[in-house]
Design a binder for this molecule. Structure first.
Ligand SMILES: Cc1cc2nc3c(=O)[nH]c(=O)nc-3n(C[C@H](O)[C@H](O)[C@H](O)COP(=O)(O)O)c2cc1C
Length: 334
C-alpha cells in the first residue's frame, strides 16, 4: 500500500511503532522496521546521549531499513540532555524523528538542517496546527483511546481524525486504539495516511519486555485501563493493578489538594520494575484500550502482515462489494 506516509518515510507499510519508555529499544525498532513498518527508539529511556548513540548503532546492525528516534519533551525537574540527544540522532544518521509532549519548534532547525523528517504526536487539533506552523513534516493524532498521555480534552479518534482531516495540510497518522486491519481501513477512511501503534507492539515476540507484560495485555479487557493524574492535569492511561488502585484511592482522598509528591511511590521508577522484572503490581505503566482487542503474541512481521492482509480483504471484499450488491457479512472479517 502506498500512502503519503509510506512515501515520506520510505517504508513499505503505513504502520509506525510509537516511542515507548522501556520498550522502544533497538530490538523493538528493528523488528518493526524489518517487517516493513517504521520502528522507533525512545531517547529518554537511554538517559545519556552516549547511550542513545550506542542504541542507534545497535539498531543499525539489526536493520538496513529506515527507523526513527522518539524525543519526548515532558516537564521534569532535571530535564534530559536534549541537545545531546539531537546531536546523537544527527551524528547517527537517523533520518526520522518522532516528537511528543510539547511543541517541537525549538528543536526543528537543527533537525531540518540535517535533512531529518519530523512527525509530531499530539492529542488536539490546535496543537497539531501549531506544530504544522512550526514546520513538522507529518503528525500523529493521538485519540482518547491511547496508552499514555491522552491530554485533557477526551476526544476519541472517531471525531478527532475527521477534525484533523478538515484542518491539517501535512499528512497525519491515526494513533491510539489501533491494532487491526479493520482499524487501519477506518483510519484511512477518516483521512489518516496510516496508523501509529504502541500497546499492540508490546504484545509481539520481539518486544524486549518481560513475558508477564505481554500476558497482562492479552488478558486485559476494555474495562481494565484507568486514567490517573487527572487532578494534576497530566492524565495518563495505564493498565490497572494494585499500585494504580492505591494511587486512585489517594486521588479520591486528597481531592484538589493532591500534589505530585503524594503519588511518587506509584509512578516513579516503575517502568524497569514492570518491563524488566515483570512485577505487574509495581505501579503505573501506560497501556491503551486496544489491549481488549489483543489476544495473541505474534512476531512483528506476522502482526504487520496480518493487518495489511485484513485491510486489503476488508477493502476489496466487503467495502467494494457493498457497492456491487455483494454482501459479505461484517462478522466474517477481522
Ligand atoms: C508502555 C508505553 C510507554 C510509552 N512511552 C512513550 C514515550 O516515552 N513517549 C511517547 O511519545 N509516547 C509513549 N507512549 C505512547 C505511544 O508512543 C503511542 O502514542 C500510544 O501507545 C498509542 O496508543 P495505543 O497504545 O493505543 O496504540 C508509550 C506507550 C506505551 C504503551
Amino acid at each position: 500500500m502506498k500512502t503519503a506516509i509510506t512515501e515520506l518515510f520510505g517504508i513499505e507499510h503505513p504502520i509506525i511503532q510509537g516511542g515507548m519508555h522501556w520498550v522502544g529499544f533497538a530490538e523493538m525498532a528493528a523488528a518493526v522496521s524489518n517487517a516493513g513498518g517504521l520502528g522507533i527508539i525512545t531517547a529518554v529511556t537511554q538517559r545519556t546521549s552516549e547511550n542513545l548513540a550506542n542504541e542507534i548503532a545497535r539498531c543499525r546492525e539489526m536493520t538496513d531499513k529506515p527507523f526513527g528516534v522518539n524525543l519526548t519533551f515532558l516537564p521534569s525537574v532535571t530535564p534530559p540532555d536534549y541537545p545531546g540527544f539531537v546531536k546523537a540522532i544527527i551524528d547517527g544518521g537517523v533520518k526520522i524523528v518522532e516528537t511528543a509532549g510539547n511543541n517541537p519548534k525549538r528543536w526543528l532547525p537543527p533537525l531540518k538542517e540535517a535533512g531529518i523528517k519530523v512527525i509530531h504526536k499530539c492529542t488536539a487539533v490546535r496543537h497539531a496546527l501549531s506544530a504544522e506552523a512550526a514546520g513538522v513534516d507529518a503528525l500523529s493524532i493521538d485519540g482518547f483511546e491511547c496508552a499514555g498521555h491522552p491530554g485533557e480534552d477526551d476526544i476519541p479518534n472517531m471525531i478527532l481524525l475527521p477534525l484533523a482531516a478538515r484542518k491539517l495540510k501535512v499528512p497525519f497518522v491515526a494513533s491510539g486504539g489501533m491494532g487491526t486491519g479493520a482499524q487501519l481501513v477506518a483510519a484511512l477512511a477518516l483521512g489518516a495516511e496510516g496508523i501509529n501503534m504502541g500497546t499492540r507492539f508490546i504484545a509481539t515476540k520481539e518486544a524486549p519486555v518481560h513475558e508477564n507484560v505481554k500476558r497482562a495485555i492479552v488478558a486485559a479487557t476494555e474495562l481494565d485501563t484507568r486514567l490517573i493524574m487527572r487532578p494534576l492535569r497530566n492524565t495518563e492511561r495505564v493498565l490497572t493493578n494494585a499500585g494504580v488502585e492505591r494511587l486512585l484511592e489517594k486521588e479520591k482522598a486528597l481531592g484538589s489538594k493532591i500534589v505530585f509528591e503524594d503519588i511518587v511511590p506509584e509512578v516513579a521508577g516503575v517502568y524497569p520494575k514492570v518491563m524488566k522484572d515483570g512485577d505487574m503490581d509495581a505501579g503505573a505503566w501506560s497501556c491503551g484500550l486496544v489491549a481488549s482487542l489483543i489476544d495473541d503474541i505474534p512476531t512483528a512481521r506476522e502482526l504487520i502482515d496480518r493487518i495489511m492482509r485484513d485491510a486489503e480483504h476488508i477493502t476489496r471484499r466487503r467495502l467494494t462489494g457493498l457497492f456491487d450488491g455483494a454482501h459479505a457479512p461484517a462478522n466474517t472479517l477481522a
